[in-house]
Design a protein around this ligand. Structure first.
Ligand SMILES: [Zn+2]
Length: 301
């Protein structure tokens, strides 16, 4: 359903079939899995920072499907072995690892891009930042390992991804992603919505314009801001734009503090019979931007 070239776009992916018939046995451990959004990747970044300075001894990248943009296992081995990470950065849902340059050279080292797709998670030294926060099961399945950095001290950094929708790329083109949603200013948000007839939510999910907003953050911020997800993106008044930006910032801040994208005020109402937590109206369930969308027909206009 996905191709190696479409990995940078997360907006076209359907919701993860967490309760799919027949898949219950293999996906049992990921039933409660939350699709990694900006917030989860930020937790991964913080977890991964502990590996700064550890020399890479081995790169395990057996799964060609997981290597994107022409990246090969041999290329990763040649680029990374002997180097150490100097910084972990995040742009939207992309985790970027900057490696040390050659000794005595002013040139920067390579950068590794890690993408988690719908079901990927990062495991560092056997620990998973998200599992510790939300999973009832902390099952560690080696068959889901898609990519591993083994360090000289015996520790490791791994991506586990049951559905293989994430990926790894050497020196990814970061400019293919829009501004990071956690740091975009009000003027930047206004500019990316201006003149667009696309549904507001679809525009917010467009990673090439705004990086990091996934399905849950989008629904939560639009619900808080009182804006209909299908409004043409360019139709917002200056006051509505300011409100949307305020709620974008506040939603990300709140959900980071609470521990994940799934901790929004709307979350427990995301069911077919869900009621708006603000005014009690039955929520509307639609598909917007290819994603299942819950919104309130009363206060979201
Ligand atoms: Zn409402």
């Amino acid at each position: 359903m996905s191709s190696p070239t479409s990995w940078a776009c997360s907006t076209a992916c359907p919701d993860a079939p967490v309760r799919s018939a027949g898949g219950a046995a293999t996906l049992g451990a990921v039933r409660s899995l939350v699709v990694p959004e900006l917030i989860e990747v930020e937790f991964y970044r913080r977890l991964a920072e502990r590996t700064v300075g550890r020399p890479v001894a081995e790169v395990v990248a057996d799964d060609d499907w997981f290597l994107k943009g022409g990246t090969t296992a041999a290329g990763l081995e040649a680029a990374l072995v002997g180097r150490s990470a100097v910084a972990f950065r995040r742009r939207g849902k992309l985790l970027l690892v900057d490696f040390s340059g050659d000794a005595g050279s002013a040139d920067e080292g390579p950068t590794l891009g890690l993408r988690f797709g719908m079901t990927g998670r990062l495991v560092v030294d056997g620990a998973n930042a998200i599992d510790e926060l939300i999973y009832s099961s902390r099952r560690d399945e080696p068959i889901w390992d898609r990519f591993t950095l083994r360090y000289a001290d015996g520790s490791s950094l791994r991506i586990q991804d049951p559905r293989r929708l994430g990926g790894v790329q050497l020196d990814p083109d970061e400019e293919r992603l829009g501004a990071d949603a956690a740091t975009i200013g009000a003027a930047g948000l206004r500019d990316l919505l201006a003149g667009s007839t696309a549904p507001l939510k679809a525009r917010l999910l467009d990673q090439a314009r705004l990086a990091g907003v996934g399905n849950l953050i989008a629904d939560e911020m639009l619900w808080r801001a009182g804006l209909d997800p299908v409004r043409p993106a360019g139709s917002l008044s200056p006051a509505e734009l300011r409100r949307l930006h305020r709620h974008l910032v506040a939603t990300i801040r709140d959900l980071v503090e609470r521990g994940g994208s799934h901790t929004g005020d709307l979350q427990s109402s995301r069911t077919r019979s869900g009621l708006c937590p603000r005014d009690g109206a039955p929520l509307e369930r639609r598909t917007v931007g290819g994603r299942t969308t819950y919104s309130c027909p009363v206060h979201q206009r």
